[in-house]
Design a protein around this ligand. Sequence first.
Ligand SMILES: [Zn+2]
Length: 412
Amino acid sequence: MKVPVVFLISLLWIGTLQAQRDCSFKMIPADQGTLQQFRTDNSSLQSAVSRDTAANEIITIPVVIHLLFNNAAQNLSDAQVLSQLKVLNDDFRRLNADAANTPDAFRSVAADTRIMFCLAQVDPQGRPSKGIIRKYTTKEYFLGDDGMKFSAAGGDDAWDCKKYLNIWVCSMFGRNLGYATPPGGQADKDGVVINYDVFGSIGNLRTNFDKGRTATHEVGHWLGLQHLWGDQNCGSDGIMDTPQQASYNYNCPSFPHVSSCSPNANGDMFMNYMDFTSDVCMNMFTLGQKEKMRSLFALNGIRNSFLLSYACDSSLATGAPVPDDTIPVARTAAGINIFPNPVQQMVNIETTNGYELKGKTISIFTVSGNRIFQQMCNSNTEKINLGQLAAGIYILTVGEGNDRKITKLIKL
Ligand SMILES: [Zn+2]
C-alpha cells in the first residue's frame, strides 16, 4: 500500500517544517493500461476524432470545484471561488500583477503558458452548472487517503477527468495545503485537492498562503510539472530552463539565493510556482515548463481530450441545474414551541424544525422540584389539559438529558 506511506511522510513533514508548502505530490509510474484507456475511451465525447493543438492556441480547461463543507466557514463564497479562478488565469497567462518581481536574470524565460481555466457551465449529464458543487459532509476533516473524491466516503465523486479538471476543496488533516495527481493516474482520483483555508485570494486565509498560489502549484503538478529540485538533493525536474537547485526554498529568500549546485551566480529560481516559497514570493512559470504542460494536449497526449471538451459553453446546457446542499438544520429540542403561556386550560406542545416529539417525555414540576405530571408524547403535536392545576408558576420540560426544552409555565 502506497498511500499510508505517503501520508506518513507528509505527517513527518508537518512535524518538522512548520510554515512551508507541505505539498505531497505523488509520483505515479506510467501505467500503460490506464494510458490506453485514456486514449481510446472517447465514447462520451461528442466527436470520436481527436484533434491536435495548434502550436500556440489558447487551451481552456473546464474546472469543477467540489466544495465539501462541514460548517459555514468551510462553505466558501462564490466570490472566493472566483478569486481562485482569476489567480489561476493570471498566473498561467503571466498576467499576475507581481510578474514585475521576477528578477531580470530570469525574465527572459518567464512564460505565458496560454492555458486558461473556466468554471464548467455544463455538467456531465448536460445540465447547466456553475462549476461549483456545494456539498455538506459529516466529515470534520479528510485524511490523505482520497476520501474527499468519493461520495461513499463523505466526499464527492469526480466528474469525467477527460473533460474536467476536478478540484476538491475541503478541510484536510493537519497543515497540509494540497496535493495533486500527475497525468496518467487513476481516473476517479484524477485532479487536485486544496485545503479550504488556502483557496482563493480573498476570505479568511492562512498567513503566507493567501494569494491562491497553492492551486497554481498543484495544477502545475496536474499538468506534469515536478518540483524544481526533482525531490532529491540537487535533482532535476527535467526542464531545461529551470536552474538546478539543491532543495526547496520556503518563506521569501532574497535574490540571488545560491545553493551548492547552482550553475551560476543567479542561484535558485525560488520565485517559480513549483518551489515551496510563500505565495507572495512566487510569480513565474518558465518557457520549458510551458512546453512540458502543453505537450499533454498534443495528439496522443494524456490530456488531449480536453481540446474537445465543450463544458465552458453555457449555451450547450439543457434542463434544470442540480440544487446546492445547505448545512442541515439542527433538530434539537430548542425547536419546540409551547403555547399559550400563560395558560388557562389547554397548553400546546409542537415542534417547528422537524424534531421528533413522539416518544419524548413531558414533565411538569413545581418550583420546589416535585414532579406533578408526566406523559409520553404519542405524536408531534401534543395538547395537555391543565384545567385542574392550581394557579401559579411551574416548570415544564420536554425530552431527556442535555437535549431538553425547559420552560417556565404560568398557570392562570
Ligand atoms: Zn508540490
